[in-house]
Write a protein that binds this ligand. Structure first.
Ligand SMILES: *Cc1c(COP(=O)(O)O)cnc(C)c1O
Length: 359
């Protein structure tokens, strides 16, 4: 078996230990004589998996009792519509802080459902910074303030939580579980699983219970967070296999020492990669230092005509998925929880050698 160092932005690397457990479990899960894909989500075995998964998530993130944990389908993208639908009527105002492409998509979804107001937008400098909070133009009575905690494409991360009275709704798809957070700073947190939680197909939503009652009374059953809360996320058949893998990932994180341990590792991984980029005259990262992402590190080569050669040679060296998003160009190393420090060290060594021979 040969595993590469996988820097994919998502769906992203999963821990090898988890993949090995899956392989082992497939034919006969927990002595049932069946795989987890072949049993009812209402069976005793699956319900205990779901309960353990929630308990472990609550422990990892210190989620208070008055927040609900929901598992949905439709990815983070569906939550971009469900947030305005559940929290705002057609005439209500909602505030959006747009610091990248995902925030822009979320704002466009909200604009279809209510009175969407852009409180701040950093597209004037190609999403390389977060506007000063004191400069944000916030609405008087916004139903909520939406932000994207980590913009996966440009590699821009909030290292603070905004103040104010409106509940904060945060898209944490590419940063959740990378470090401890204070859940009570947020009204709603949502995240597609395929970066730090598990495989694609399941989505995590953490909602303060006071926000569960939808403002509108005509929402489809599956578009209401309340339906998921009332049915333990089994309002219809959930994506059982993805849920099972998420459960394994959470167990693995607890085993590694929880989110304090992940934070230490992730801080170290990102700091050494940024240090290598900043120290070089050949690579550069355009993002302001105080909002650089711990999870997605874009960088460009001084000579873009070397991009193809760089990607070919990384591939040959067992380093994959480093091509940057087309809107930014260059390279991007996504270094989620499951990307080891060894992978980052190997990338840094490769980059130094490439610079020495081509720079
Ligand atoms: C990946 C990503 C999304 C899209 O998630 P889907 O699950 O594909 O809908 C949204 N927001 C952010 C910040 C992401 O990183």
């Amino acid at each position: 078996m040969s595993r590469v160092y996988n820097f994919s932005a998502g769906p992203a690397a999963l821990p090898l230990e988890v993949l090995e457990s899956i392989r082992n479990d497939i034919p006969d899960w927990q002595g049932t004589g069946m795989s987890v894909m072949e049993i009812s989500h209402r069976s005793k075995d699956f319900i205990s998996l779901a309960e353990r998964c929630e308990a472990n998530l609550r422990e990892l993130l210190s989620i208070p009792e008055d927040y609900s944990v929901l598992w949905t389908q439709g990815g983070a993208t569906l939550q971009m519509a469900m947030a305005p639908l559940n929290l705002a009527g057609p005439n209500d105002t909602v505030d959006y802080v747009v610091t990248g492409s995902w925030g822009r998509k979320a704002a466009a979804e909200a604009a279809k459902q209510c009175n969407m107001h852009i409180a701040a937008d950093s597209s004037d400098r190609n999403f390389t910074y977060i506007p000063e909070e004191s400069d944000w133009q916030r609405s008087e009575n916004a139903a909520y303030l939406h932000l994207t905690s980590n913009e996966t494409i440009a590699g821009v991360e909030f290292h603070f939580v905004p103040g104010g009275d409106a509940p904060v709704v945060a898209d944490m798809s590419s940063t959740i579980l990378s470090r401890p957070i204070n859940i009570t700073d947020y009204g709603v947190i949502y995240a597609g699983a395929q970066k730090n939680i598990g495989p694609a197909g399941i989505t995590l939503v953490i909602v303060h219970n006071e926000l569960l009652q939808p403002v509108r009374d005509n929402l489809p059953h599956l578009m209401m967070w309340k339906s998921y809360a009332e049915s333990d996320s089994m309002t219809n058949t959930p994506p059982t296999f993805a849920w099972y893998v998420a459960d394994l990932v959470l167990q693995h994180l607890l085993h590694l020492g929880g989110l304090e341990a992940m934070a230490e590792l992730n801080q170290r991984k990102s700091a050494k990669l940024y240090a290598a980029i900043d120290a070089s005259g050949f690579y550069s990262n355009p993002v302001e230092v105080d909002c650089r992402s711990w999870m997605n590190v874009p960088f460009i080569l001084a000579d873009a005509s070397l991009d193809a050669q760089f990607l070919d040679e990384t591939l040959a060296a067992g380093l994959t998925n480093l091509k940057g998003h087309r809107s930014v160009g260059g390279m991007r190393a996504s270094i989620y929880n499951a990307v080891s420090e060894e992978a980052v060290d190997t990338l840094i060594e490769f980059m130094a050698e490439f610079e020495r021979t081509n720079g």
